[in-house]
Design a protein around this ligand. Structure first.
Ligand code: SF4
Length: 292
């Protein structure tokens, strides 16, 4: 039905539809399920996302290794004091992104969208839009289908794996999915949604994958917090009418080429970047000792 952003936009234009309409239709064709059943399937995903995005707001969730945790609550407590630089929505979004990241690092239940490492970004993006616009769960489910469409295209044209394409392919793609989702959820056009997705990817092109000890903890947790902010500002720029001189598909192709050009040390091997710092090496040694 569609393999690229340009094919998807053409379909949306022909049918005067949103991206989520076309993705839902595609899912119905692929699975043989009714529209109601397809929407119902996503309801379960939304519930998991809502639970993971709020679990750490009021309770310190510490990872199994002990090297990360408690940051969601820290940011939430800080937000409540009402004197932040970036404001209510951004700080609330960061706290929710950190929460899911902490649930993941403590072996809890998350929805990998597109991966476990980047799982905090999409839930916090759509829940931020829900809070701001007072949206129904039905609209959030639509947004998740918009996000799914973007993720499917990136997976087809490029990659959603940090080991293959660096963190740009995980946290960057999650931000792109979230940005497109909230553009459509707030009434933006399919073109604006893909513009937002393209901005989010362009903003972090080249981001490396360098987790301490090869564990999905640090800097993954920070990148989930910055990823949701990337998604929110990309959506704002697209809705403001900022134009993309390069189409979404070409940005995705460029992201892939940059990803495979990254040295192996910067693609989830924990041999480069932050993972190769003296402190990270010490922490890794300590974790290995602990698990002997
Ligand atoms: S640093 Fe690597 S493991 Fe961590 S979120 Fe990014 S891509 Fe995933």
């Amino acid at each position: 039905m569609f393999n690229t952003g340009s094919e998807l936009l053409k379909l949306c234009e022909e049918k005067n539809a949103k991206i989520y309409d076309m993705v839902i239709l595609k899912e119905m064709e692929a699975t043989g399920l009714s529209k109601e059943e397809v929407l119902d399937k996503m309801k379960g995903t939304l519930e998991v996302m809502q639970a993971s995005a709020t679990a750490g707001l009021n309770k310190e969730l510490i990872s199994n290794t002990g090297i990360t945790g408690g940051n969601s609550k820290r940011v939430e407590d800080y937000r409540k004091k009402g004197n932040t630089f970036a404001g209510e929505i951004v700080n609330s979004a960061m706290a929710m992104a950190l929460s899911t990241s902490e649930v993941n690092a403590s072996m809890g239940r998350i929805c990998a969208a597109p991966t476990a490492g980047a799982s905090g970004i999409l839930p916090s993006t759509i829940l931020s839009a829900k809070d701001k616009l007072n949206l129904s769960d039905d609209m959030l489910i639509n947004g998740l289908y918009t996000a799914a469409g973007v993720g499917q295209i990136v997976a087809r044209i490029a990659t959603i794996s940090g080991a293959e394409g660096g963190c740009q392919a995980e946290c960057g793609v999650a931000a792109a999915m979230g940005a497109a989702a909230i553009v459509e959820m707030s009434g933006g056009s399919p073109q604006q949604a893909l513009n937002a997705a393209g901005f989010a990817l362009a903003n972090i092109l080249g981001l490396v994958c360098d987790p301490i000890g090869g564990l999905v903890e640090f800097p993954c947790n920070l990148r989930n917090a910055s990823g949701v902010v990337n998604g929110l500002i990309s959506a704002d720029m697209a809705l403001a009418g900022v134009q993309a001189p390069i189409p979404f598909d070409e940005i995705v192709e460029a992201m892939y080429k940059v990803g495979i050009a990254l040295p192996e040390t910067l693609r989830e091997t924990a041999l480069g970047g932050l993972a190769a710092t003296p402190t990270a090496r010490e922490l890794t040694k300590h974790i290995i000792e602990q698990n002997k």
